[in-house]
Design a protein around this ligand. Structure first.
Ligand SMILES: C[S@@+](CC[C@H](N)C(=O)[O-])C[C@H]1O[C@@H](n2cnc3c(N)ncnc32)[C@H](O)[C@@H]1O
Length: 254
């Protein structure tokens, strides 16, 4: 009887064996990594190697933190279409600011909101915080160019916006909070900077709506935001449904 022929060349067989070995090593590595991600139940953050390409692989309250938008995309923040898609005037109207208020714009970027806020607090101040010095340079330039005196650029760190204690009436974060690498530490420090009864306003793209064309990690659900703000002792006051694509959520320091 004729012997059945083996069609695999030695070279192909070697490639398949190497592939199987590599796959085995990768899978066991993932298991170790996943196990270490859940090894510390009390930890504030978890690190995972299997994660979104838009995220940093670090999770807070089950949410993956998004990568920071680099200063090279500063022009994107000033895109004219923002007026229609984000309706910044609706945000400003919803804040009910007093002319003497101290407002912190945290994750200010190019100052898109800081400069709009400055007109509403002529006897107060806007503290424009960012971690990228290049963004603060842009704010400084626009401040001088437009003779604006009540916007103060502040260089923050990833854990601390470096705001004065108990001085801030309202802390605003527009499309920024989901990028904070240390959201718990940032929020603890923000709460410390608020006056009693001071407010925190978060504007984030609505995760509940899958038709909003924004990357998943750049959206947040109301449920998630409320959980994360409750974790730092903030009370939810209201969510204003005035924006076409974003939640505008208002919290208060008790
Ligand atoms: C998508 S931009 C939004 C800028 C601005 N709020 C706007 O609406 O035009 C997010 C900004 O948050 C800043 N950012 C990220 N993490 C931060 C942190 N921990 N503290 C302060 N700013 C931060 C980034 O550098 C970036 O400029």
């Amino acid at each position: 009887m004729a012997k059945k022929e083996n069609h695999l060349s030695p070279r192909l067989r070697a490639i398949i064996i190497i592939f199987i070995i590599l796959l085995g090593l990768m899978l066991s590595g993932w298991r170790i990594q996943l196990a270490s991600a859940t090894a510390e139940p009390g930890a504030v953050y978890q690190e995972r190697i299997i994660h979104s390409a838009d995220g940093i692989g670090k999770f807070y309250m089950s949410r993956e933190i998004a990568k920071v938008m680099g200063h090279s995309a500063a022009l994107w923040l000033e895109r004219p279409s923002r007026e229609a898609t984000e309706q910044p005037q609706q945000v400003l109207d919803a804040l009910n600011l007093n002319p003497t208020d101290f407002v912190a714009d945290i994750g200010a970027g190019t100052g898109y909101f800081s400069f709009r806020l400055s007109a509403l607090v002529p006897q107060g101040k806007v503290l424009a915080v960012d971690i990228q010095p290049e963004m603060l340079d842009i704010i400084d330039f626009l401040k001088t160019e437009n003779h604006i005196t009540n916007v103060e650029p502040i260089l923050g760190s990833v854990t601390n916006p470096n705001l004065p204690e108990e001085q801030v009436d309202l802390a605003l974060m527009v499309d920024a909070y989901h990028e904070f690498e240390y959201p718990k530490e940032m929020m603890d420090n923000i709460v410390r900077s608020l006056k009693p009864q001071g407010r925190v306003v978060l504007v984030e793209y609505r995760q509940e709506n899958p038709f909003i064309p924004i990357k998943a990690l750049h959206k947040m659900s109301q449920k998630q935001v409320r959980q994360e703000m409750a974790a730092v002792g903030l009370e939810w006051l209201e969510t204003k449904n005035v924006l076409p694509q974003q939640h505008l959520m208002v919290f208060q320091k008790p």
